[in-house]
Design a protein around this ligand. Structure first.
Ligand code: PEP
Ligand code: MN
Length: 645
């Protein structure tokens, strides 16, 4: 039964109720939901529900009608969401597991992990104990295979899953896997279910070759009843009379099970079809039908795979499948789970994106600062201004894209980065807010702002009279609209970058061409300032964040600002509650920005800038209180603010 607790139940009443139920033979599990907290009580003890309903602190009692109790939606109305490695499974996410049927060698699984991570998979599969139909077929590398699998997962930041076929393997596997896989052939091996359940590890439970949905859910119940909480169900095709496919994928089981159970449902299109040509369409169909993820076999050389070659995708097919899933997921309200971009060492894929020597973090060595744009960009001007105040020599490093600024900081190629976050006239630079979320190892360690003052810049032999065409980045053009309108004879053309537009004028050496950019850019490129201060509104400022890797930055002793990000539960007053927490601890709110959560239409992340209170404990308390009221709360950084003038 489900015992829904009163919102204001006391700790004492809760303890008494737990004791009351336990004494009567029930196992009690507390589930804290967004709207209510419940006790799930299961067991063979019979009791009149009305007696439970009369206990202090009980709002109501709902009997669970299904034979599977802990697995049922009656027990838990909201989807189960739980972490596996660095990603979460369940909810609105689509989680892709990829890898070979079996680990064949150390080099083989490392290559597979590279393929999976590069394409965007987040969990690595690989069998070490293979339940093969024939005793003469390859049986797996056993413990050695598990070691290689773990090493490959760790190198690429991927969690790992591998099949367990006997209760005796639990101690051997425990240290190597993040998720135990229970295969179709073992779905009703109750001793295995009990032992694995007691481990309280995440488990993926494949549907048996000839199991009904109810038998499958009862098998999940075994895992849950013995202690597991994080159970993934996996539909992998059932035996039918059909011979053109290895099995028949029961796609309708996805919506059926999702209605009956709160557990995430994955699909294995590889074992379902047995043929690689069918894996992509069937996998996509599963996502469209509401699957929470896929487990897919991929192999660097399928024709020579030790097992299940015909159903293993080639690397480029896996990549295509990932791209198609990326395109499809938002259509069905889903977001594809990605690995957070972590520090090098954790992930070789990241380290190789940016080459160059890491900064030696000694204060008297030069500090490389990455910025986006050509030399002379507003970002470079901001960084020179910000760092000029210190004694250290600064080496600006130009990057084409904002993401490359983050990559350069992450790899250590640059000691710091600088990114624009907000313009006083145009608002936030959303791309950078999104990137801050994707790079959890990077912190905002400082802030600076500059006035945006535009100039018209031409070749040394140009004059206002010789100009026919003006180029600049679209916001630059917009901000000088009045001046440009006073020259209707000029053609105005957008360019990708303000400083880059000056470089273009120099390269073209054309006196009829001019660019709009900061006056200092003219110096960089040896060009002539034709008119300074042409922006319509002189109160035009851009605010920049200074970025550094968390492990290389020490929090500023004079920090007086913090940036936080979180999402809220979908209920009345959720954001109000967060604001109340800040207000009560006297954290002055300086900015509140909402950004759509990718793949979750009409749901938002809130970015909050606050002035820090005098006492550190006040901030720590507010943070802890927010943690309880929000989802995915993160501190993006504390820093010395620069918003005063
Ligand atoms: C597997 O995933 O390698 C496997 C053997 O799958 P199933 O148990 O679904 O046959
Ligand atoms: Mn297989």
């Amino acid at each position: 039964m489900v015992v829904v607790l009163d919102k204001d139940i006391t700790a004492r009443e809760k303890d008494d109720l737990r004791a009351f139920l336990t004494e009567r033979g029930f196992q009690v599990r507390e589930v804290v939901g967004e709207d209510e907290t419940i006790f799930g009580a299961v067991g063979s003890g019979g009791i009149d529900h009305r007696e439970v309903a009369m206990q202090a602190g009980v709002a109501r009692v709902v009997p669970i009608s299904k034979p599977y109790k802990l697995a049922s939606r009656e027990f838990k109305r909201s989807d189960s969401v739980f972490p596996v490695g660095s990603v979460k499974v369940g909810g609105n996410r689509v989680v892709i597991i990829g890898g070979p049927c079996a680990v064949e060698s150390r080099d083989h699984i490392l290559e597979c992990a590279d393929i999976v991570a590069a394409a965007g998979g987040v969990i690595l599969r690989g069998g070490a104990f293979k339940p093969r139909t024939s005793p003469y077929s390859f049986q797996g590398l056993g413990r050695e295979g598990l070691q290689y699998l773990r090493e490959a997962g760790d190198r690429y930041g991927l969690a790992v899953i591998s099949e367990i076929v006997s209760p005796l393997q639990v101690p051997e596997m425990r240290d190597f896997v993040d998720v135990f896989q229970i295969g179709a052939r073992n779905m009703q091996n109750y001793e295995l279910l009990k032992t694995v359940g007691a481990e309280r590890y995440p488990v993926m439970l494949k549907r048996g070759l000839a199991a009904t949905i109810e038998e499958w859910l009862m098998a999940a119940e075994y895992l849950l009843a013995h202690g597991a909480e994080d159970v993934i169900l996996c539909e992998r095709g059932i035996r039918t009379f059909e011979t053109y496919t290895r099995n028949s994928l029961d796609i309708s089981s996805i919506p059926v099970v999702k209605k009956l159970s709160h557990l995430p449902v994955f699909v294995d299109p590889s074992h379902a079809t047995g043929l690689r040509d069918q894996v992509i369409p069937v996998g996509l169909a599963a996502i469209a039908a509401g699957a929470d993820g896929l487990i897919v076999e991929v192999h660097p050389d399928p024709p020579n795979a030790a097992s299940d070659g015909p159903q293993s995708l080639y690397p480029e097919q896996f990549e295509k499948l990932m791209r198609d899933i990326e395109a499809l997921s938002p259509v069905v309200g889903r977001e594809v789970a990605r690995l957070p971009v972590r520090m090098p060492g954790g992930s070789a894929g990241v380290a190789t994106l940016v080459s160059g020597m890491p900064d030696t973090a000694t204060p008297d060595s030069p500090l490389t600062v990455a910025f986006q744009g050509a030399r002379g960009a507003y970002s470079e001007i901001a960084l020179l201004r910000h760092f000029d105040e210190g004694a250290r020599e600064i080496v600006p490093r130009s990057c084409d894209r904002f993401r490359q600024v983050f990559e350069a900081v992450l790899s250590g190629e640059a000691g710091c980065g600088i990114i624009p976050l907000e313009n006083s006239l145009m608002g936030s630079i959303h791309e950078n807010y999104d990137l801050l979320l994707q790079y959890p190892d990077i912190r905002v360690t400082g802030e600076t702002h500059i006035r945006i003052e535009h100039s018209l810049i031409g070749t040394p032999d140009s004059s206002l009279e010789s100009i026919r065409t003006v180029i600049s980045q679209a916001p630059g053009i917009e901000q000088c609209r009045d001046f440009l309108d006073s020259h209707p004879e000029w053609t105005v053309q957008p360019y990708y970058d303000t400083a880059g537009s000056v470089a273009h004028v120099r390269d073209a050496a054309d006196p009829t061409l001019a660019a709009i950019a900061n006056a200092r850019t003219a110096e960089f490129y040896g060009m002539k300032i034709l008119r300074q201060g042409i922006e319509t509104n002189p109160r035009n400022y851009t605010r920049f964040a200074i970025l550094a890797r968390e492990d290389r930055s020490t929090p500023a002793a004079d920090a007086d600002m913090a940036t936080l990000v979180f999402s809220t539960p979908d209920k009345p007053g959720a954001l109000y509650e967060c604001m109340r927490i800040l207000a009560e601890r006297e954290l002055n709110l300086k900015k509140l920005e909402s950004r759509p959560i990718l793949g979750q239409p009409w749901r938002y992340m809130f970015y909050v800038d606050v002035e820090l209170p005098g006492s550190e404990t006040q901030f720590a308390e507010a943070f802890a209180a927010l943690e309880a009221e929000t989802h995915d709360l993160r501190l993006l950084g504390t820093f010395k603010g620069s918003r005063g003038f």
